[in-house]
Ligand binder design. Structure first.
Ligand code: BJW
Ligand code: ZN
Length: 248
């Protein structure tokens, strides 16, 4: 069985060397090897494990208790600042030296860009971005720790993280850019996402509609697996580099 996906991975590497257009749809699992907790199914961060993302990543949660939501973001910002991209992020940079690679990430950690990926589409925003809930103030803010809650330097109302919460629309440029690159790709690599959150997970269906091959890299089967042409088990930090090592 393992030989099966390894052979298929070699075939995939060959297609990349032949110029197949690749789009990567990444999720929290790609940053797991950097020590950044995923949203669902990791119990190693007791502090926040009693909250579901649906309890914290919503406009309602922020209205109810901005300090709680900001403490969660401040904790995650400190983890991201203290760590770095891993071999999975770096493998995608190396793959871009071989063929056309576009990254659509659901992650807000900025690790793809930090590793060197160009033109990354941030589908759910960026954790270092802030914006005022009242006026038009918006900026990048790298303070760790944050004063909690942080306030707008222009009008003194609350700042919020520049990310996409449940019930909020995807930034139009990101949504349109993702639709365009996914519709035009030959291979969609789906890396470390549970495929539970829409519209991001719908990009897999879009790729299939346009006859792209869908290849999933995940520690365990997910909601994507049955829609994938190939499932590659394991940590993305171990398996994505195989795409480069496989003889072309
Ligand atoms: C490894 C690994 C290793 C571990 N190697 N793998 C259609 C159907 C049903 C519902 C909806 C629908 N359309 C819309 C909805 C509602 C909702 C939704 O999807 N709800 C579902 C829960 C059912 N969607 C929305 O509300 C979206 N907005 C929207 O639809 O707007 C409509 C609208 C239009 C116009 C105006 C107004 C509104 C917005 C969704 C926003 C999601 N936001 C978050 C927070 C972002 C900011 C932040 O980071 O704080 O995004 S929630 C969270 O989930 C975050 C993630 O990007 C996202 C996806 O999570 P991901 O990446 O899949 O992580 P995990 O933890 O779930 O999975 C990790 C995976 O990695 C696992 O599979 C592991 O096995 C694997 N793994 N280690 C490889 N080493
Ligand atoms: Zn303001």
């Amino acid at each position: 069985m393992s030989e099966h996906w390894q052979n298929k991975l070699e075939e995939l590497a060959r297609r990349c060397h032949d110029g197949a257009r690749v789009v990567v749809l990444s999720g929290a699992g790609i940053s797991a090897a950097s020590g950044i907790p995923t949203f669902r199914g990791s119990e190693d961060h007791a502090l926040w494990s009693r909250y579901r993302p649906e309890d914290l990543a919503t406009p309602e949660a922020f209205d109810r208790d901005p300090e709680l939501v900001w403490r969660w973001y401040d904790w995650r910002r400190s983890l991201i600042a203290e760590s770095a991209p891993n071999d999975a992020h770096h493998a995608l940079v190396d793959l871009a030296a071989i063929t056309d690679v576009r990254v659509v990430t659901q992650n807000v950690d900025g690790y793809h860009q930090q590793a060197g990926s160009q033109d990354v589409i941030e589908y759910h925003g960026n954790i270092w971005a802030v914006r005022c809930i009242s006026c038009t103030f918006a900026d990048m803010d790298h303070r760790v720790p944050m004063p909690i809650p942080p306030r707008c330097p222009r009008c003194n109302d609350l700042l919020r993280p520049g990310v996409v919460w449940f019930g909020e629309g995807i930034p139009p440029a990101a949504a349109q850019g993702a639709d365009e690159v996914v519709s035009a790709c030959d291979i969609l690599l789906v890396v470390g996402t549970a495929g539970a959150v829409y519209p991001a997970a719908g990009l897999v269906t879009l790729a299939r509609l346009h006859d792209a091959s869908v290849v999933e890299f995940n520690l365990e089967p997910s909601a994507i697996t049955q829609r994938a042409d190939l499932y590659v088990p394991g940590s993305a930090a171990d398996t994505l580099p195989l795409l480069l090592e496989a003889p072309a």
